[in-house]
Design a protein around this ligand. Structure first.
Ligand SMILES: [Zn+2]
Length: 187
C-alpha cells in the first residue's frame, strides 16, 4: 500500500508502518509506525517473515480507520491508464466496489476522498490548462484527438480566426445525407 505522497506502507492490524532502514549486516528491514509519537516497530528478515513485533499492542494511539479507503483509492489509481482515462469516474469506482467484500466499512466521505484522488490522477494525463487562446490552439495541435473509432475529431483549428471545430468525416457525411437538419446553439 502507498501513502498519499507515494511512499510505501505496510499494514498490520489496521496500523500503518513506513520503512525505516535495512541492516547492512543481517539484511533485516525495520518499519516504524506512521504515528510520530508512537515507538512501535516491525522487523522483517530477508525472507520477509516478521521476526519481531516490538510491543505491537502498545501503540500510543487508535488504529487507523482510513486504511480501507486508502487501499481502494490505491487500487483505483493503479488501474487508471491511457486506455481508460476517458471512462466515467463513477463507473471506475463502482467496478472497484463490486470486487470488494460486502462487509466494507467505507462511508460517503470516503468516496469523496477516493473520487478526488481519482480526478487528481486523471489530470496527470492531461496537458496543463492553457492560459490564453494561442495555447489552446497549440495544445490541440499536439493532442491526438480521435473518436473511439480512431477517426480524427479535430476538423478545424484556425489560429487566424480562432475557430475550432470538432467533428469527424463520418458525422459530416451522415449530416449531408439527411434531408432535414434541426439545429440548436448558443449565440
Ligand atoms: Zn503506533
Amino acid at each position: 500500500m502507498f501513502s498519499q505522497n507515494g511512499k510505501q506502507l505496510t499494514v498490520l492490524n489496521n496500523f500503518k508502518f513506513k520503512f525505516k532502514y535495512e541492516s547492512k549486516i543481517s539484511g533485516y528491514k525495520t518499519w516504524e509506525c506512521t504515528n510520530k509519537s508512537c515507538k512501535v516497530k516491525l522487523v522483517f528478515n530477508k525472507e520477509k517473515t516478521l521476526i519481531q513485533e516490538k510491543s505491537v499492542l502498545d501503540h500510543t494511539h487508535e488504529a487507523d480507520s482510513t486504511i480501507e479507503r486508502q487501499a481502494v483509492s490505491n487500487s483505483i489509481k493503479r488501474k487508471i491508464s491511457e486506455s481508460n482515462i476517458n471512462e466515467m469516474p463513477s463507473k471506475i469506482i463502482r467496478k472497484e466496489l463490486r470486487s470488494l467484500e460486502n462487509d466494507t466499512q467505507l462511508l460517503t466521505n470516503d468516496f469523496l476522498y477516493i473520487r478526488r484522488n481519482l480526478y487528481n490522477k486523471k489530470t496527470k494525463y492531461h496537458p496543463p490548462l492553457p492560459k490564453n487562446i494561442n495555447e489552446v490552439h497549440e495544445v490541440l495541435i499536439n493532442m491526438n484527438i480521435t473518436t473511439n473509432k480512431n477517426e480524427n475529431l479535430l476538423l478545424i483549428n484556425d489560429k487566424e480566426t480562432n475557430i475550432i471545430i470538432f467533428t469527424c468525416l463520418t458525422n459530416l457525411k451522415y449530416l449531408c445525407s439527411m434531408e432535414k437538419v434541426f439545429m440548436d446553439g448558443t449565440f
